[in-house]
Design a protein around this ligand. Structure first.
Ligand SMILES: [Zn+2]
Length: 284
């Protein structure tokens, strides 16, 4: 609050977002959550507890949905009936679907969980024989090919078997190596660039499914994977297009945007959600 020169009294509604899995009202999964590993976080109602602590109403979105809401808001404003689908490539694969300005949360908060949608990965060139497994237990969902975890668990072991003399093979630590792939890809390293091409093509297959399901106004891609120079972002988006099966003429011009404001998109989207809910509730 000191940074913006305000006090708690200036705040009407608080917008909160966290990584999941969590319910649509902000209760962490009973099995624990990715970034909240201490057992006491399991089943913890983070939204309600923050509301009690601050004495203010608190709205909740998972970080993927919050980022998606921000991307949508920047592109279309608050009152547009547009539809957008976002994929945010980080440790996992988050994202969300916004239609008529509203985040699709679904019955229990798992709406818009693109990461665990199965994709026809067997059609991606250059990963023949790979069985990409996801932490959720599925084989061949989007997150199993398009996330930092996918690089560490599936793509690097596969590619390093073809590049045994690669500098990342010599590192002997897949977790550390996975974090270096993006920088090396940006610098033009052929193996790392190919790993990013596979990720882009996986996104292309996912977006194709979303195009046929929602006929959206825009597709948005964000997350740490594309916190890169604009040239690399441009190449990555072109590769997503290359990975998409041919679209019908009417849908071929659906644009793919880069998520605005990088990794602050989630916090910004959480604030928009607070604004929307606060207005609906007559609080502002
Ligand atoms: Zn999965």
């Amino acid at each position: 609050m000191k940074t913006i020169g305000g006090t708690l009294d200036d705040i009407t509604v608080v917008g909160l977002d966290t990584p999941g899995p969590a319910s649509s009202t902000g209760v962490f999964s009973a099995k624990g959550s990715t970034n909240f590993v201490h057992p006491d976080w399991a089943g913890f109602d983070i939204r309600d507890n923050l509301a009690r602590k601050l004495g203010k109403p608190v709205t909740y979105l998972n970080d993927g949905n919050a980022g998606a809401l921000w991307g949508h808001f920047v592109l279309f404003g608050a009152k547009s009936p547009a539809t957008s689908v976002s994929a945010i490539v980080g440790t996992g694969l988050g994202g969300g679907i916004i239609t008529e300005g509203l985040v699709i949360k679904g019955r229990k908060g798992f709406g818009g969980e693109g990461g665990h949608v199965l994709i026809p990965y067997q059609s991606i060139r250059g990963i023949e024989g790979l069985h990409p497994e996801c932490n959720c237990g599925r084989t061949g969902d989007l997150e199993s090919l398009c996330s930092l975890t996918a690089i560490e668990k599936n793509l690097l072991p596969y590619f390093l078997s073809m590049y045994p003399d690669h500098q990342l093979a010599k590192l002997g630590d897949l977790r550390k190596a996975a974090k270096l792939v993006r920088g090396l890809a940006e610098d033009g390293d052929p193996m790392c660039k190919d790993i990013f091409r596979v990720q882009a093509h996986a996104l292309g297959l996912f977006f194709d499914e979303m195009v046929n399901t929602f006929d959206p106004d825009a597709l948005i891609v964000g997350g740490g994977a594309i916190e890169t120079k604009p040239e690399f972002q441009k190449w990555f988006v072109e590769e997503i297009h290359n990975g998409m099966p041919a679209q019908r003429v009417e849908q071929a011009d659906i644009p793919i945007h880069i998520m605005p404001n990088g990794d602050t998109a989630g916090a910004r989207g959480a604030a928009i959600e607070a604004l929307v809910v606060g207005r609906q509730g007559g609080l502002m």
